[in-house]
Design a protein around this ligand. Structure first.
Ligand code: HEC
Length: 148
């Protein structure tokens, strides 16, 4: 079959539309994985910088805190109703306010760490950095399937 230019264009649009619809169900889970992973490397970098020899570079820590602010505030939009995965517990949706609280306490912890950095209080920085990881784990403990 010989397609005209507009025919070809139409075919491409159709294929794209089909592919988008077919992928919609898994996309949230993929997006979450990518976002969570970027939070994971941010937290690891912060812990590396603030643990051990204690020589953190303010600029780096602050940059990672910005990543966390962005990613944490985007959590709600990547967990819409109907986007369950093997790694999610149902209470994400049945206890939506608890889930929202877990996001908020993580955001609060980011600000506590940012304040400690601004105060140049190294001991406090280390403390709050550990507290950050606790926040991630607290949410996972309640809303994420254990084996994941
Ligand atoms: C409000 C709850 C909540 C908070 C806060 C949270 N997570 Fe998650 N996280 C989840 C859930 C739920 C999943 C499973 C989502 C899925 O895979 O569909 C998950 C998955 C992950 C994964 C696995 C990604 C994969 O599939 O490989 C990593 C890594 C992760 N989170 C890191 C973090 C880090 C680091 C923080 C803290 C900065 C954090 N999370 C904060 C709820 C949360």
């Amino acid at each position: 079959m010989k397609l005209t230019v507009s025919g070809k264009f139409f075919a491409v649009v159709l294929v794209t539309a089909f592919a988008t619809t077919a992928q919609a169900a898994v996309d949230y889970s993929k997006e979450r994985t990518a976002r969570m992973k970027s939070m994971d490397s941010a937290v690891n970098e912060i812990l590396n910088q603030t643990g051990g020899l204690f020589r953190y570079e303010e600029k780096t820590v602050l940059k990672k805190l910005d990543v966390l602010r962005t990613e944490l505030s985007r959590i709600p939009e990547t967990f819409p109703a109907g986007s369950e995965s093997d790694a999610t517990k149902a209470n994400i949706w049945t206890d939506a306010s608890g889930f929202a609280d877990a996001i908020q306490s993580s955001l609060d912890q980011v600000e506590r760490l940012a304040k400690a950095v601004a105060d140049k209080d190294k001991k406090q920085v280390r403390q709050e950095a550990k507290g950050l990881q606790k926040q991630c784990r607290a949410c996972h403990g309640t809303y994420r399937e254990d084996e994941y």
